[in-house]
Design a protein around this ligand. Structure first.
Ligand code: HEM
Length: 291
């Protein structure tokens, strides 16, 4: 909150006020400057790009067997001592992000994705290191040979005149980042809940954890941060998360496998939290399984 006030950003909180704000025609996601990112625009351009992304995400509903098998293998292979972020959330969220795009999951891809920082405003913000990393990832993806999946679908949409050059360049990064960052933070926090307080439904967990705490909108009186912590973890309205079904399915599979792994009990040590004002997550947390 203080962080927003310092920057002259108003805050909207309370479920009803937030729902109204997210549905309001007077508040836009477009900060000006003509960003090609689906997240930073409204109107026909937003509807068109979102339509292409939604078709891509539908290819993972239900999650393909190969993706389910990779998630289960990653979690099943955890040893008796592991880190919830590095060893659990990272490989699971990475598997889904690479499946969304249809590109191989190598560490270069994940490293570049993480270097874009926990800030989806990757081209319009003030974080130069984040912007530079996002630009490098965009260039790398533009040169990556892709199999069936999102990157190929975006290229086909461009060839069919549904996306312009800039939209094709930037939205692969936006899609990969959207699929990765919130899922990574959610899975690690949900893993911690599971390890310390026992099982709860994935829907309950995502609402309680709310990994994206605020979304930014621009109105006649300046920018406002709309809180999602009062029961709106996937947002609402025109920009509501189109990947929520994938996120819930991914969480269900990964957390079920983790619960099995922790069946005999465990101890959690060295819990470190991120301090980002918007993206809520863990830096690391060490789990030691009881024998
Ligand atoms: C627990 C995991 C996730 C959470 C909490 C989450 C949350 C959100 C929220 C709150 C927004 C709205 C942003 C806004 O209103 O400005 C959003 C947008 C978006 N999310 Fe998710 N998300 C998650 C996972 C995913 C996954 C797995 C995918 C892809 C498969 C995805 C794709 C997207 C895209 C493309 C957008 C932009 C939509 C638009 O601007 O119209 N998300 N997400």
């Amino acid at each position: 909150m203080e962080e927003f006030e310092k920057r002259g950003i108003g805050v909207v909180s309370g479920r009803d006020a937030c729902a109204r704000a997210l549905r309001s025609p007077d508040l836009t996601s477009d900060p000006g400057g003509g960003s090609p990112s689906v997240l930073l625009r409204d109107g026909d351009g937003h509807t068109r790009v979102r339509g292409v992304l939604r078709e891509i995400i539908a290819g993972l509903e239900p999650l393909p067997d190969a993706v389910v098998a990779s998630i289960e293998a990653a979690v099943g292979g955890l040893g008796s001592s592991f880190d919830l972020v590095r060893d659990f959330a990272r490989p699971v969220a990475g598997t889904v992000a690479s499946a969304v795009l249809g590109v191989g999951l190598d560490d270069g891809f994940l490293d570049r994705l993480e270097a874009t920082t926990a800030n989806l405003d990757v081209f319009g913000g003030t974080d130069r290191a984040g912007q530079a990393a996002a630009f490098r990832l965009a260039v790398q993806l533009s040169r990556t040979p892709a199999g069936p999946g999102g990157l190929t679908a975006l290229r086909e949409a461009h060839a069919a005149g549904r996306l312009d050059d800039d939209e094709l360049m930037f939205n692969p990064v936006v899609l990969a980042h959207a699929a990765y960052e919130n899922s990574l933070n959610f899975l690690a926090c949900a893993g911690l809940e599971l390890a310390t307080s026992g099982p709860r439904s994935v829907r309950e967990l995502v609402t309680a954890i709310c990994p994206a705490r605020y979304v930014l909108r621009f109105g006649p009186d300046g920018p406002v941060a709309v809180s999602l912590t009062d029961g709106l973890p996937f947002g609402l309205g025109r920009h509501a998360c189109p990947g929520s079904g994938v996120a819930l399915a991914e969480g269900e599979i990964a957390l079920t496998a983790l619960a099995k792994h922790l069946d005999s009990g465990c101890e959690v040590r060295k819990v470190r939290w991120k301090t980002h004002p918007v993206f809520h997550g863990l830096v690391s947390a060490q789990v030691v399984v009881s024998v």
